[in-house]
Design a protein around this ligand. Sequence first.
Ligand code: GDP
Length: 307
Amino acid sequence: MVLKFLKTHYDKVKSALSRARSVLGNKIQSLFQGKIDEHLLEKLEQLLYEADFGVQTSLELTNKIRELHRQHPSFQTEDYVSALQNELLHLLNQYPPSFLVGEGKPQVVLIVGVNGNGKTTSVAKLAHLLKQEGQKVLLAAADTFRAAAIEQLETWAQRIQVEIVKGAPKSDPAAVTFDAVQAAKARQCDTLIIDTAGRLHTKINLMQELEKIKRSCQKVLPNSPHETLLVLDATTGQNAIDQANHFHRYVPLTGIILTKLDGTAKGGIVVAIQRELGIPVKFIGTGEGLEDLQPFDSKAFVSNLFE
Ligand code: GDP
């Protein structure tokens, strides 16, 4: 079960990045049509920073262009753009987004994140994606804090025709998890995807709840969860990095699902998240529909950011 079977749809990535491309990509293209001097380089750094690449990456990319100009003063616009693309690819490829590479059934995927980021929708999209790969998928509704969350996941489960394990509202999410992992094992499912609560991430009791959910998984399957994915909203900028740092401290993350990339003109957050956290972005959300979850592909990302 390796991510390479999951195909990235370039057209979905392209349309999701259309805002980022028309703002960031076009501005960079036109910037490089001017004379490369310190003033232009300053503008480039500012542009990258405003597009959420983060301080360090914006500075490094600008230094790279400065260096290239020194070495190749005759470079043209397209040479600089492709140098920038190559550098971004190099940075992104340091975090290969492999997914569920382990052997054995069931594989357990724990999904965490703050409410509103697109967690439940992403659980459904991921289940749909894996089902299309021929997998037998089970869902667990471990956000027992909100009755509406259980109903929402049930509706998705019916739509994509996968089974679901749920508890009563306000029941112990760790107990629901324990039952779900046992059920996934007994029913010989390929993958179990667990939806969890996401009330304010600063609340210590949520983090304790997530740790307990994790221990429940381990009681049934010692090496699980095999993936712990944090759902982040790409439109929240630096805040997404703060959220990730917080979750990572309590439930070590194996990857990020970055949603709502279609709703931002600032594609740089993908690079900032990977570099500042050292955690790969494994999936991107490209819209509200079931088909709008794509395995992250650095080439598709970079080539669609500039054109
Ligand atoms: P949760 O509270 O984290 O479980 O969030 P939900 O799954 O309920 O999603 C919150 C809202 O974000 C819903 O309106 C979703 O349709 C929307 N949403 C989720 N992912 C994406 C995405 O990739 N793009 C867009 N445009 N909207 C999304």
